[in-house]
Ligand binder design. Structure first.
Ligand code: FES
Length: 212
């Protein structure tokens, strides 16, 4: 049951390089590693096509009815391991990444190392940043859902597109003033004071979430 009101757009990694905005730059990161898709909650079927949507996203922003939405439902099933998707929710980008085993291992290494954990600016375990589903309590560590707004001064960090810089901790990098977030979205270096925020969301099934 997709939400009929959303007006997002999509950007795939094979789209021509005419982005013109900071969250979709091309810096030569491994293209095979991760797809990037900017996607509407209501049009998941269009995932993976080569539509060039950046100018639309950059200039128009979400429609008023999208801004007013309190919840958005997302079908996760088209998102492959290693892929990242950005959806608009309440006028903000929300990053959804289907993490690889390596992404999870990297994040949880910090959880299990007291020195590393205590060095975190905003101490939060990876296990506290992912959800247990509501159907049987199954942990879903592969799904990381975060508001894609840097906690320093509000830029949109890079790291969703496969060619993006992902910073020193293989997560996200904010080019505005150089904040580095790890694969759990925790701030590790740079001026941002907090981890990328995890919005309220719920698993409606193994492959569907409702944000808000
Ligand atoms: S806004 Fe991201 S580092 Fe300043």
């Amino acid at each position: 049951m997709g939400n009929p009101h959303s007006h997002g757009a999509q950007c795939s990694h094979d789209a021509p390089q005419k982005h013109g905005q900071e969250e979709c730059p091309d810096n030569g990161h491994d293209e095979s590693k991760r797809d990037f898709i900017f996607i509407s909650a209501a049009s998941m079927a269009a995932v993976g096509t080569g539509v060039v949507a950046w100018p639309f996203v950059a200039t128009l922003g979400p429609a008023k009815d999208t801004l007013a939405l309190s919840t958005t439902e997302i079908d996760l099933s088209p998102i492959q391991e290693g892929q990242a998707v950005t959806v608009m929710w309440r006028g903000k980008p929300v990053f959804i990444r289907r993490r690889t085993a390596q992404d999870i291992e990297l994040a949880r290494k910090v959880d299990g190392d007291a020195t590393a954990f205590n060095s975190l600016r905003d101490k939060q375990k990876d296990t506290d940043r992912v959800k247990q589903s509501t159907f049987g309590g199954k942990e879903m560590p592969q799904w990381l859902v975060m508001v894609g707004v840097c906690t320093h001064l509000g830029c949109v960090p890079m790291g969703q597109k496969p060619t993006d810089m992902r910073g020193d901790f293989d997560g996200w990098f904010c080019p505005c003033h150089g904040s580095h977030y790890d694969s759990a979205g925790r701030i590790r270096k740079g001026p941002a004071p907090h981890n990328l925020a995890v919005p309220t969301y719920t698993f409606l099934s193994e492959n569907r979430i409702r944000i808000g």
